[in-house]
Design a protein. Structure first.
Ligand SMILES: [Zn+2]
Ligand SMILES: [Zn+2]
Length: 202
């Protein structure tokens, strides 16, 4: 079965005039924080507030219209040219791919690489089950383990993993279940395998 042939952009002749201008006029959209975007046009610069559905242009302020700037920001978000509110564009600190990540996430991680506190992972070396406490912004060759005075990368069992891996704080699941304050260990990111990934591979 063949796909129905269709244009990628709408036909401006069939659009509401404001929507047509939103698609066709040259504008530059720059994300600010808190769901706001700066929109530069040939006639001026305006600020669009997506959650508040507001724009600083006269068309919106005086005529209360859904102006071309509000529409343009919505289009750019839909086309993934601009991050949605609450997200920012960043290079993933683990795989390096560009992604939209939560605005305040540090380190920035794409959906594939993200580890959240409480996620269950396994140690690729021992098969032990661990629970993630946090992903640090430190790299394995920078972060010194207090108990040994050596970096995570210099730890004997971590030789196989990249020296520039992120460091992940974990606790052993058994400790977590038995102790109120289980001891926290620093692991290189690549040494950990998410449990759902493990289920697919094994
Ligand atoms: Zn506007
Ligand atoms: Zn990634």
């Amino acid at each position: 079965m063949s796909q129905r042939r269709a244009p990628l952009a709408p036909d401006p002749r069939e659009l509401d005039p404001r929507a047509a201008r939103a698609w066709t006029e040259p504008m530059a959209v720059t994300p600010l924080s808190g769901g706001c975007y700066a929109v530069e046009t040939d006639h001026g610069s305006y600020t669009v507030d997506v959650p508040g559905r507001r724009c600083t242009c006269p068309d919106h302020r005086y005529r209360h219209e859904r102006c071309k700037h509000l529409r343009r920001v919505a289009i750019e978000i839909n086309l993934e040219r601009a991050p949605p509110p609450g997200k920012r564009r960043a290079d993933c600190a683990a795989c390096g791919d560009e992604a939209f990540v939560p605005e305040t996430a540090e380190p920035p991680l794409c959906t594939d690489c993200r580890l959240d506190p409480g996620d269950v992972v396994t140690d690729r070396e021992t098969g032990d089950t661990l629970v993630v406490r946090r992903v640090r912004s430190d790299r394995a060759d920078e972060y010194v383990i207090e108990a040994t005075g050596k970096t995570v990368a210099a730890h004997e069992t971590n030789e196989r993993y990249p020296a520039n891996d992120l460091v992940v704080d974990v606790v052993y699941l058994g400790d977590e279940l038995r102790n109120r304050e289980p001891r926290v260990y620093a692991f290189p990111y690549s040494r950990l395998r998410r449990v759902e990934d493990a289920a697919i591979v094994d």
